[in-house]
Write a protein that binds this ligand. Structure first.
Ligand code: UDP
Ligand code: LCN
Length: 806
């Protein structure tokens, strides 16, 4: 029984609950989400003149706080209570206040009834339940440790070595013998056949390297080590080899999680990586700001560069340089023949500033040239994924002269392709979501049939379930991406249980407590984005040109607005003109605050200036709205709107120019999964105000190194910014203090170096884990394949047929 519900029933507030339910019955909406519930409750409290204490700390208020959804049927209610992160309880509350727990199946049936899609007489609906497949894997217990999968796994594996050292050390021995590069055996050779021999030979080898100078290159004693059973890969110098062998020795004697991680992280097993980012315009120039192409492209490009660097460093430290080991990173994307002047029609493009990182573009098969020759929206891309992955496999094998060691998928489509490739190539699969559309669109699953023509969510959510369950590990940018916050459901969490009426019910879609989840936030490109004070790295002519562009240049083709006083403090924002980015909300907030207008100019870098120039419906709507707001609040003379697509170097310098003018960056999104612009502005030294909805909540420590805002509360947001400005005017050091703390926050926590070393270490540890427990995954993968062939594929085929007529 829910303690929260029981507490209300056992208290004097029972009659309040009854009245509150009666208030709910008056509502038109039968399905209330958390915000609606809070609104009804607040209305109820003010109508019945409840004291403030009742509103904030009564038993009923606690119940309401933790209730995520209320569904009314007849005069009864279903309460979905989430009193703890990542777990929910469901109760049926009748008009006479009796309470019954509901099963997940009951809840999904109720939701179906609500939309008139419940047909019990026509047989049961397919029920998807991934729960049993996780029974055999270890799971995390405490929700606060969700997302720290690898730490958990290391503890688990080392305690197994401790309990059953024979079996796990056998696995370790076999694992260490597995690795080779281009036919050259690495780490161990046939001279070591058993644990006993391993243990003896390690000690012997340590004794041998102990007598050699620290900096003696490995090549000079390679053959002596080989005769003891050790092949290349232990280190590049005597000191490094000694260190690695000592870690192995320690692990054999007494396993602990740190030692296990230290050893596995040094195993040279990853040299060739594929990053799949399939649907969009993927290029280095002229693609940002297009529909579907935002942070994901920036993220993958920077990740590729950083991965290459880290792999090169690892190869050097492992002593493999002389073997001509050349790490290679391939970004796999689609080739777009009609590429609108970009390089997206080129098969192969070198990633700038790398030696061996490439963008490999594979064309879609020509089902219908009207579709496949052109850019295709991410919502329509589904029919092409399987054949794309078959063709890509061939191309990847040719490019790598073999198979890759790790495949990382991005977004639903890339993750599904990663699954198909990883399954065929028998390689470790890692997923990165960036954004899961399911939680972005309200009721997207319940009304999937109505939305199908435009969004095809039945394919997307099925693909998500397939890929997230198949992945060996998942990296998320934040904790809340997995399981949300105390008062909001996480993006992955939203796949736990849901109905797709008349298609299937998901009773357990993902195990949130699985160690496969790991929080590994991205970094920021430090060549482009760095503190404004680093003058020696700035180009004076760029600074002047961009200052002119931002504040004074008159060029109506790409700039709207002329400032009355260009010297006022700039309030700056930059984003695509999507509804969810809410730049129009920021303009409205500025429009409503006379004080803000007195102190600041508003400067936006966003999308296009003219509706005719945009091919995207949402962008067109936002353009119209922005002009309306400018007129409504008469912002002429106070606002500049730059409808430009900036190059990477310019986008770096633009933050710094704003910082030169002691400006502020505002990120007002209604929801932001992570928010790379926040890192960019902070590292540039701009005091940053960012939405509290989504990733920024974890990036910014409020009032310490930036500020969190609720962008739906315009007045409060304006006041927060005005307060900051007033404080800066009273104390000129305050701006610099926040600026410096923002810079420190990024360098300490959000760098690509931290990201990639963690990612590679995860890949190795999950590779080892997969090796020791692989027989256990086959049943899960078979189930997933059945989903792919029996649900995904026929639906994708139907969509393909629709595309034939476009
Ligand atoms: N960006 C850009 N030019 C623009 C708008 C955005 O270069 O006109 C870049 C911005 O610097 C950032 C990325 O696009 O690197 C946007 O990433 P973010 O994670 O903030 O949002 P997304 O667009 O992925 O939702
Ligand atoms: C997608 C988003 O919506 C952003 O919030 C992220 O920063 C970006 O991808 C990179 O992961």
């Amino acid at each position: 029984m829910s303690e929260l519900l029981q507490a209300v029933l056992d208290s004097e507030e029972k009659s309040d609950l009854r009245s509150f339910l009666s208030e709910l019955r008056q509502q038109d909406k039968k399905y209330l989400l958390r915000n609606d519930i809070l609104n009804v409750y607040s209305e109820y409290c003010s109508k019945s003149q409840k004291p403030e204490a009742f509103y904030t700390s009564s038993e009923l208020s606690k119940l309401i706080y933790y209730t995520q959804e209320i569904i009314q049927e007849d005069s009864n209610f279903c309460f979905i209570i989430r009193s703890k992160i990542a777990s929910q309880e469901v109760y049926w509350l009748t008009s006479d206040l009796s309470i019954e727990p509901m099963t997940v199946q009951d809840l999904l049936d109720l939701r179906d009834r609500l939309v008139n899609k419940y047909h019990p007489n026509e047989g049961d609906l397919l029920e998807l339940d991934f729960g049993p497949f996780y029974d055999y894997t270890p799971t995390i217990r405490d929700p606060k440790n969700i997302g720290k999968g690898v730490q958990f796994l290391n503890r688990y594996l080392s305690s197994k070595i401790f309990q059953d050292s024979k079996q796990l050390l056998d696995s370790l021995l076999n694992f260490l013998r597995l690795h080779h590069y281009n036919g050259v055996q690495l780490l161990l050779n046939d001279r070591i056949q058993s644990q006993q021999q391993l243990s003896e030979q390690v000690k012997k080898a340590i004794g041998f390297v102990n007598n050699r100078p620290d900096d003696e290159p490995y090549e000079q004693f390679r053959f002596q080590l080989q005769s003891m059973g050790f092949e290349p890969g232990w280190g590049n110098t005597a000191a490094r080899v000694r260190e690695t062998l000592n870690i192995l020795d320690e692990l054999i004697d007494s396993a602990d999680p740190q030692t296990l991680e230290a050893l596995i992280s040094r195993v040279p097993m990853i040299f060739k990586i594929v990053l799949v980012s399939a649907h969009g315009w993927f290029g280095q120039e002229g693609v940002l700001g297009r529909p579907d192409t935002g942070g994901q492209v920036v993220y993958v490009l920077d990740q590729a560069k950083s991965l290459e660097k880290q792999l090169q460093e690892d190869v050097m430290l492992a002593g493999l340089e002389k073997l001509n080991v050349e790490p290679k990173v391939i970004i796999l994307t689609r080739l777009i023949p009609n590429s609108d002047g970009t390089l997206c029609n080129q098969r192969l493009e070198k990633v700038h500033d790398t030696e061996n990182a490439w963008i490999l573009r594979v064309p879609l098969r020509e089902f219908n040239p009207n579709m496949t020759q052109n850019w295709i929206s991410r919502f329509e891309f589904w029919p092409y994924l399987e054949t794309f992955s078959i063709d890509s496999e061939r191309e990847l094998r040719a490019e790598f002269h073999g198979t890759p060691d790790l495949i990382v998928g991005n977004y639903t489509d890339g993750n599904l392709i990663a699954f198909l490739l990883a399954r065929r190539l028998k390689v470790t699969q890692c997923n990165v979501a960036h954004a899961l559309e399911k939680s972005k669109y309200l009721f997207s699953n319940l009304y999937w049939q109505e939305l199908e023509e435009k969004y095809h969510f039945s394919l997307q959510f099925t693909a998500d379930l397939i890929a997230m369950n198949a992945a060996n590990f998942v990296i998320s940018s934040t904790y809340q991406e997995i399981v949300g916050t105390p008062d909001s459901v996480g993006q992955y969490e939203s796949y736990k249980c849901f109905t797709m009426p008349e298609l299937y019910h998901v009773t357990n879609g993902i195990e949130l407590f699985s160690p496969k989840f790991n929080v590994v936030p991205p970094g920021v490109n430090e060549n482009n984005y760095f503190p404004y004070t680093r003058n020696k790295d700035r180009v004076e002519s760029d600074r002047q040109r961009l200052a002119e562009t931002l504040f004074t240049l008159e060029d109506p083709t790409q700039i709207f607005g002329k400032l009355d006083d260009p010297n006022k403090r700039p309030l700056f924002s930059m984003a695509r003109l999507d509804h969810i980015k809410n730049l129009t909300g920021l303009a409205e907030c500025y429009g409503q605050s006379k004080e803000l207008q007195e102190h600041c100019n508003l400067i936006l870098v966003a999308g296009k200036l003219r509706v005719e120039e945009s091919g995207d419906n949402e962008e067109r709507d936002e353009i119209i709205k922005l002009y309306q707001i400018i007129d409504q609040y008469n912002l002429h003379g106070k606002i500049r709107w730059l409808g430009v697509r900036l190059t990477k170097t310019d986008s770096g310098e633009i933050y710094r120019v704003i910082a030169d003018h002691q400006g502020i960056f505002v990120q007002p999104a209604l929801f932001e999964a992570f928010g790379l612009t926040i890192l960019e502005s902070m590292v540039s030294g701009l005091p940053t105000f960012a939405t509290q909805f989504g990733g920024p909540l974890e990036i910014i420590q409020d009032k310490v190194n930036g500020f969190l805002i609720n962008p739906t509360n315009l007045e409060e947001t304006a006041t927060k910014i005005v307060d900051f400005i007033t404080k800066c005017e009273q104390n000129p050091n305050y701006w610099s203090e926040i600026s410096q703390r923002g810079i420190d926050r990024v360098y300490s926590t959000y760098t690509w170096k931290i990201h990639t070393s963690k990612l590679l270490s995860l890949a190795r540890i999950y590779g080892f884990w997969n090796f020791t427990s692989k027989e256990n995954r086959e049943d899960l993968l078979r189930y997933i394949e059945a989903l792919f062939y029996l649900i995904y594929k026929p639906r994708a085929q139907q969509l393909l047929e629709q595309h034939q007529y476009r």
